[in-house]
Design a protein around this ligand. Structure first.
Ligand code: SF4
Ligand code: SF4
Ligand code: FES
Length: 266
């Protein structure tokens, strides 16, 4: 009953498509920016697709298209398997992040009928494209390693710190925040919120023996480069309270850090 209520609400709130769904679900067009490999030119390919129901997601549509024995594009030409990544299909792993109708989103969280038509799918633009909608997001993990965000000893968090740590632990490493960040470049010195959020967890556990380098790393790779527009917070599919984590991390690494210490490169 509750699910039906949610679906009918979604129908009313569907402002993007501007269509009424009284009964039959219309056939949609899905445009996909495809690329066969790293050095290949991208090209658009369109597919016709009829959702099974009004709550079907982009992830489900991609799975069903790939299940077709002989996948054909909108012109009846044979099309190869659409390459994309997924794991949990429950908004928990971040693997299925891609640009959907111009916005970075999780494919398993993007409801087809709520999207602007035609539905346009592109790979994330800040990372090298492996094939079709798959990107190589290694840089996020390399940056995390460079942040040296680890403990030197066991943690003894208070209840208050536990809530903070839990918020920081919700990062999916999806890269959506980096996609919209004007200051993040894959090879640049600014690491963005995909590094700030997990690091904030370590920075704020005051009763533990932190790796002493982390405050320096934070100032150099996060604090110095962030314009604080919070575009990243608005796009985060996990809904992480980035502003809160950032202000407390700034306090720990900058304002309360040892007096007179300056950032690297300043
Ligand atoms: S902060 Fe949000 S948008 Fe950025 S990587 Fe983590 S979950 Fe994704
Ligand atoms: S606040 Fe602005 S500059 Fe800082 S990480 Fe978010 S989008 Fe980028
Ligand atoms: S498949 Fe895990 S978040 Fe979408």
């Amino acid at each position: 009953m509750r699910i039906l209520k949610k679906i009918s609400l979604r129908r009313k709130e569907n402002k993007n498509s501007g269509k009424e769904y009284n009964g039959a679900i219309p056939q949609l067009r899905i445009d996909i920016l495809r690329r066969n490999g790293l050095d290949c030119e991208p090209f658009w390919q369109s597919f016709e697709y009829t959702p099974r129901d009004i709550s079907e997601t982009v992830a489900s549509a991609l799975t069903r298209l790939n299940e077709q024995e002989e996948l054909q594009d909108i012109n009846g030409n044979p099309a190869g398997e659409i390459r994309w990544e997924s794991s949990c299909l429950q908004k928990k792993c971040g693997a299925c992040a891609m640009v959907i109708c111009g916005k970075p989103m999780l494919a398993c969280d993007a409801v087809l009928m709520e999207l602007k038509q035609p539905v346009r799918l592109e790979p994330l633009r800040k990372f090298p494209v492996v094939a079709d909608l798959m990107t190589d997001r290694t840089v996020m993990f390399r940056n995390l390693k460079e942040m040296e965000a680890w403990l030197e000893d066991k943690a003894e968090p208070s209840e208050k710190k536990n809530a903070f740590a839990h918020e920081a632990s919700r990062c999916l490493q999806c890269g959506c925040c980096l996609e919209v960040c004007p200051n993040f470049m894959p090879e640049g010195r600014f690491f963005g919120m995909a590094s700030m959020v997990p690091s904030s967890r370590i920075l704020n556990w005051e009763s533990v023996n932190q790796n002493p380098a982390i405050k320096d790393q934070y100032r150099y790779h996060i604090y110095d480069g962030c314009g604080k527009s919070l575009a990243c917070q608005n796009i985060c599919p996990a809904g992480i309270r980035i502003e809160d984590l950032m202000s407390r991390s700034n306090a720990a690494a900058v304002w309360r850090a040892s007096s007179g210490k300056k950032s690297r490169g300043m």
